[in-house]
Design a protein around this ligand. Structure first.
Ligand SMILES: *Cc1c(COP(=O)(O)O)cnc(C)c1O
Length: 443
């Protein structure tokens, strides 16, 4: 498969280049030149297939030309060593629990898949001369998923940059206690400073000559595309119960990688009626749907902090999916988008009220991100529709908040507790790029 850049000024790349580089030369995002539709017989039988087999079919359509069949099957099976069940919350609302991976975050799937795919390309030899260095800035969840996904993968070193004192203790121990090929860098600053350091590093010529750098955010095709597996599986599990005819999928969104993967699934033929992008108070996409104008702005801090994004990277991919002849900003593109996707936005106060109400009425414990998804369905479902929202994080990952809002004591799963027993190791760093660069040049 060939990949083009959303900015249209970079050479076409193959999968290996798109994954190793992450971002195109013109700073655009890579998009596959073709999205294959899956055959009718696949959808006719999907309800009888298990998660791994569904995912392998989807992966073959995306990556089959570039990865040998057996290797791809191993890669998919090895990535998906956990389940993603759909749980009934009310008669018409179901929770797609994406938090059963190793770090209890939906980002585990993309991180593990990307690590294995990079490992595959490195083993094949093309890139064996130099270690690939993954730089990732995190406010919590991305760092833990990426660090755990890449742990022990030969030929790759991961640097996780996180803001000192601004990451929850549970999240911090998930990437500071691993050792091996994972280095945690504690930056004396805020998340934006971490992100700025990573961006400056990618643009620094001397540094790029010294070492091979790539990103593992959802800008990387190998990070976001595998999330499409989730939506096919959710459809299958709903169809199994005879509930898939009028399906609405609702995705709590920040950088829009997850919903973008769902939309790729739709383009491959997944019979979902429509989508809802649920936002917290960071409502840039919501406003775009209303007005047709995309106006990024600085993010504001909310309870659902993994969705605090003021300029969602994957918006460019959504525009490209629904534009014709490169007409990204015309009325027809906006119209195609609003026909399929609607939006919702919730304040912290509304998130708290939703979590309380849902718990009182159903006993289901929502985390603040999932709460946006649940509420968007409660507000937006039409008669006859059945809604599935993504519960994107285990409530224990936001334990202090959830306990406080619901007055309960969320149990911490054993897997999470195990991280908390490890010893924290990190490198202290100022927010000055000169210091970070000196540090990397010595590695
Ligand atoms: C990353 C994340 C999101 C947002 O996903 P995007 O792909 O950035 O839209 C939502 N909820 C949780 C818990 C996350 O970690």
């Amino acid at each position: 498969m060939q990949y083009y850049s959303t900015n249209g000024k970079a050479p076409i790349a193959d999968l290996e280049k798109a994954v190793v580089k992450g971002l195109a030369e013109d700073r655009g995002l890579y998009m596959p030149q073709e999205i294959k539709r899956l055959p009718k017989v696949f959808f006719d039988n999907i309800q009888d297939m298990k998660f791994q087999d569904i995912a392998y079919n989807v992966a073959s359509a995306f990556f089959g030309e570039d990865v040998d069949g057996d290797a791809l099957q191993d890669l998919v099976y090895d990535t998906l060593s956990f389940d993603c069940p759909v749980v009934k919350v009310t008669d018409s609302i179901y929770s797609l629990e994406l938090f059963h991976g190793p770090t209890l975050a939906f980002k585990d799937v993309g991180a593990r898949f990307m690590a294995r795919l990079l490992g595959y390309f490195l083993r094949k030899g093309g890139n064996s001369d130099k270690t690939v260095n993954v730089l990732v800035a995190t406010s919590g969840d991305t760092g833990s998923a990426v660090a755990n996904g890449f742990l022990g993968v030969e030929g790759i070193h991961v640097y996780v940059l996180y803001p000192k004192g601004k990451v929850s203790p549970i999240q911090e121990c998930q990437f500071t206690t691993l050792g091996k090929n994972i280095t945690a860098i504690e930056v004396d600053g805020v998340f934006d400073d971490c992100q700025a350091l990573v961006k400056s590093a990618f643009m620094d010529e001397e540094l790029n000559q010294h070492m091979k750098l790539t990103s593992a955010n959802s800008i990387n095709v190998a990070r976001f595309l595998p999330q499409a597996f989730y939506y096919f599986n959710a459809y299958a599990r709903m169809k199994q119960q005879g509930l898939a005819d009028n399906l609405v999928m609702c995705v709590p969104s920040g950088n829009f990688g997850n919903i973008c993967a769902a939309l790729f699934g739709h383009a491959m033929g997944l019979p979902v009626k429509r989508f809802i992008a649920a936002n917290n108070a960071n409502d840039i996409f919501f406003k775009y749907l209303q007005t047709g104008k995309y106006e990024p702005k600085p993010s504001v801090q909310t309870l659902a902090n993994a969705m605090d994004v003021g300029d969602p990277s994957n918006f460019a991919r959504i525009l490209n999916l629904y534009s014709e002849n490169g007409q990204l900003t015309d009325v027809a593109t906006h119209h195609r988008i609003t026909n399929l996707i609607s939006g919702a936005t919730y304040s912290d106060e509304q998130i708290r009220a939703t979590m309380r109400q849902c718990f009182e009425q159903t006993k289901y414990v929502l985390d603040p991100h999932g709460a946006c998804g649940y509420q968007a369905l409660a507000d937006g479902l039409l008669p006859g529709e059945v809604g599935v929202f993504c519960e994107t994080a285990h409530p224990a990952k936001f334990k202090e908040k959830v306990d406080d809002i619901l007055g309960i004591d969320v149990e911490i799963p054993a897997r999470l507790r195990a991280f908390m027993e490890g010893e924290k190791q990190s490198v202290a760093m100022s927010k000055d790029f000169a210091d970070f660069k000196q540090y990397l040049l010595k590695q």
